[in-house]
Design a binder for this molecule. Structure first.
Ligand code: AMP
Ligand code: ZN
Ligand code: FE
Ligand code: FE
Length: 291
C-alpha cells in the first residue's frame, strides 16, 4: 500500500485539476491519496468522482492556514463535514483575507517598479478558489520578471521581502476544536519545516496532543533525516499518528513528486479510526473513498 496524505490541485496553488491529480496518483503507483488544498474544499467533488472511477482511495481534506503564538502553522484536516457552519465561516474568512491582501501586494510590486495588475494574477490563478503568493509568482513568471516561483519568493514574496503582506489565519487551538466538531481528524503539516520549529516545541506539541490533535507529519521534504527521526519518536511518546507525504504541487513546486514520501498503512488505519470516532461523536464528517 502506497499512501500520500498531502497534495494540492489547481483549486489552490497546485497545477493539476483534481481529476488529473487522481489520475497522476494512480499512474505513480499510489493506492491512497489525500487532496489537501489550502483553505478550500472546491476540488473535493471532482476528485471523489475520479477516485471512484479509478479505484484509488481518497481522503478529501484541507491544509488550513492557522496561527499559534504569532507564527503561521499549516493544519491538515481530513474528512470534516464541509458544511459545518463554524468551519465554513473560518474558511471564508481566510479566503477573504487572501483576496483582500492582493491589492497591497500588487501596490508594493509597483513601488519597486514592476507593472502588474489584478487581471495578470487572476489569469495565472485560473480555477483556484484559494489564491495566494504562488499565483502572484506565476504572474511574475508570465511577465518575464522571474524564472520560477522560488525566485519570486526569494526576491519579492517571502517575509522580509518588499512585496510580503500578512493575511488572516485562524487560531490553531480553536481550529482543532472546529475540525473535530465537524467530524474530521487533524494533523500538523511539516511541524519542524521552514517556519514553525521555534513555535511548535515538544512542549507545545504535547499540549496540542492533550487538546485533541491526532497527528504530525513527520516525513516531509522540509525535514531532514534527523528531524524526521525526532518527530517519529515524539509521535510515539505522545501517542500521535505520524504521517508522510509529498506536498505535491504539480508544476508549481518540483521538489517532490507524488509518493516521494509516504504514510505507513497502520498510521492510515489510525487516522481513519480517529476520523470515524469524531464522526460517531458528532454525527458529522464524511466517509473516505476506500481503494
Ligand atoms: P500563501 O498561501 O499566499 O501564504 O503562500 C504560501 C504558499 O506558497 C505555501 O503554502 C507554499 O505552497 C508556497 N511556497 C512557499 N514558498 C515557496 C517557494 N519558495 N516556491 C514555491 N512555492 C512556495
Ligand atoms: Zn501550497
Ligand atoms: Fe504547507
Ligand atoms: Fe501543502
Amino acid at each position: 500500500m502506497r499512501i500520500d496524505l498531502h497534495t494540492h490541485s489547481d483549486r489552490s496553488d497546485g497545477s493539476d485539476p483534481p481529476a488529473q491529480l487522481v489520475a497522476n496518483a494512480a499512474a505513480a503507483g499510489l493506492d491512497v491519496l489525500a487532496l489537501t488544498d489550502h483553505d478550500t474544499t472546491a476540488g473535493w467533488t471532482e476528485a471523489t468522482a475520479a477516485a471512484q472511477d479509478t479505484g484509488l482511495g481518497l481522503l478529501p481534506g484541507l491544509e488550513i492556514s492557522t496561527t499559534h503564538d504569532g507564527a503561521g502553522v499549516h493544519l491538515l484536516a481530513y474528512l470534516p463535514d464541509p458544511d459545518h457552519e463554524p468551519l465554513r465561516h473560518e474558511l471564508q474568512r481566510i479566503l477573504d483575507g487572501r483576496a483582500s491582501r492582493l491589492p497591497s501586494t500588487l501596490e508594493r510590486l509597483r513601488e519597486v517598479g514592476i507593472e502588474i495588475t489584478a487581471d495578470d494574477v487572476r489569469r495565472a490563478a485560473g480555477p483556484a478558489a484559494a489564491t495566494g503568493r504562488p499565483h502572484v509568482a506565476d504572474a511574475l513568471i508570465d511577465l518575464g520578471v522571474v524564472a520560477n516561483r522560488d525566485e519570486a519568493f526569494e526576491r519579492f514574496l517571502s517575509p522580509g521581502r518588499p512585496a510580503y503582506v500578512d493575511r488572516y489565519a485562524a487560531e490553531l487551538v480553536a481550529m482543532l476544536d472546529i475540525v473535530s466538531d465537524a467530524g474530521g481528524a487533524t494533523v500538523i503539516a511539516h511541524p519542524w519545516g521552514r517556519t514553525a520549529r521555534e513555535t511548535l516545541t515538544s512542549d507545545v506539541l504535547t499540549e496540542l496532543a492533550h487538546h485533541g490533535l491526532d497527528g504530525i507529519e513527520a516525513d516531509h521534504q522540509d525535514h531532514d533525516d534527523a528531524t524526521r527521526a525526532e518527530l517519529h519518536e515524539l509521535a510515539d511518546q505522545l501517542g500521535l499518528i505520524a504521517t508522510g507525504s509529498s506536498d505535491y504541487h504539480g508544476e508549481g513546486k518540483m521538489d517532490c513528486s507524488l509518493g516521494c514520501n509516504t504514510t505507513a498503512p497502520e498510521q492510515l488505519e489510525r487516522l481513519l479510526d480517529a476520523a470515524a470516532k469524531a464522526r460517531t461523536a458528532t454525527g458529522r464528517g464524511i466517509e473516505p473513498v476506500l481503494p
